[in-house]
Write a protein that binds this ligand. Structure first.
Ligand SMILES: C[S@@+](CC[C@H](N)C(=O)[O-])C[C@H]1O[C@@H](n2cnc3c(N)ncnc32)[C@H](O)[C@@H]1O
Ligand SMILES: Nc1nc2[nH]cc(C(=O)O)c2c(=O)[nH]1
Ligand code: SF4
Ligand SMILES: [Mg+2]
Length: 225
């Protein structure tokens, strides 16, 4: 083991898939210039995941280099995503450093990872995985205790069954009392947005229907956008 490897701990390095600037395609921040820090690795395997290339590989980088690269693009908005960003201990300090540097920080997280240690200045965008993902048993429901009005709860739906599951969760767990930002998205190419809108209106459900804007700007399978 070389000197550098001994000197850097798990808090000091991250395995990164890519860092790039684009337009935020999802969430209440959609449309704004945003820098994406995409970490490598995920402990879930959602059946419809569009980022499977981030499951393996990547480059181990010092946290200071990740911070510098994320700041260099100049965008006010920075999003940590993946893979699953909260699996890497150094992400928590990186998010705090980005906040200290004046950035508006978002973290896109699976709903399985514990969000309790995320800097309170960070906007958590937390999925609750519906049955069609094959991972709904992994939802960490205690995370809801750490969701406040600045955070967003997101459902990605593949079917009517998923829609009804979301509707039940919103009502039985009183999600509107946690945050007004409830996002209902479709699995791209699987459920028609028009169908989702019809169901939402039939129930007058208090959700924000959202599409992945970048899949309309670029070809849907384009990576790094
Ligand atoms: C690739 S995940 C990475 C962050 C984290 N692991 C998570 O699941 O939130 C980023 C977001 O893309 C969404 N997503 C992944 N595949 C999708 C698809 N085929 N259609 C719509 N949204 C998708 C996920 O549900 C999640 O909200
Ligand atoms: N443009 C763009 N916006 C995004 N918002 C969340 C993304 C993600 O993969 O987490 C994403 C992404 O991959 N691209
Ligand atoms: S948790 Fe996120 S990155 Fe992991 S498989 Fe599901 S959608 Fe993909
Ligand atoms: Mg994406």
């Amino acid at each position: 083991m070389c000197y550098m490897q001994r000197a850097l701990s798990k808090e000091d390095t991250l395995v990164i898939h890519e860092i790039y600037a684009s337009i935020q395609g999802e969430s209440t921040f959609a449309g704004l210039p945003c820098t994406f820090v995409r970490t490598t690795g995920c402990n879930l395997r959602c059946s419809w995941c569009d980022t499977t290339q981030a499951f393996y590989g990547g480059t181990r980088m010092p946290r200071t280099d990740v911070l510098a690269k994320a700041l260099a693009t100049g965008t006010k908005l920075v999003e940590l995503t993946g893979g699953e960003p909260l699996l890497q201990p150094a992400v928590f300090r990186l998010m705090t450093e980005l906040c200290d540097a004046g950035r508006t920080v978002l973290v896109e997280t699976s709903g399985e990872a514990d969000v309790s240690q995320v800097d309170p200045r960070v906007h958590k965008i937390m999925d609750l995985k519906a049955p069609g993902s094959g991972e709904s048993k992994r939802n960490r429901w205690s995370n809801l205790e750490h969701i406040g009005p600045r955070d967003e709860i997101k459902f990605v739906l593949a079917s009517r069954e998923d829609y009804e599951w979301m509707r039940d969760a919103i009502r039985s767990r009183e999600l509107p009392s946690r945050t007004p930002n409830l996002l209902a998205s479709t699995v791209f190419g699987k459920l028609l947005p028009k169908q989702l809108v019809t169901w939402v209106l039939e129930d007058a459900l208090p959700v924000r229907v959202q599409l992945q804007m970048h899949k309309y700007i670029w070809a849907p399978d384009t990576q790094g956008v």
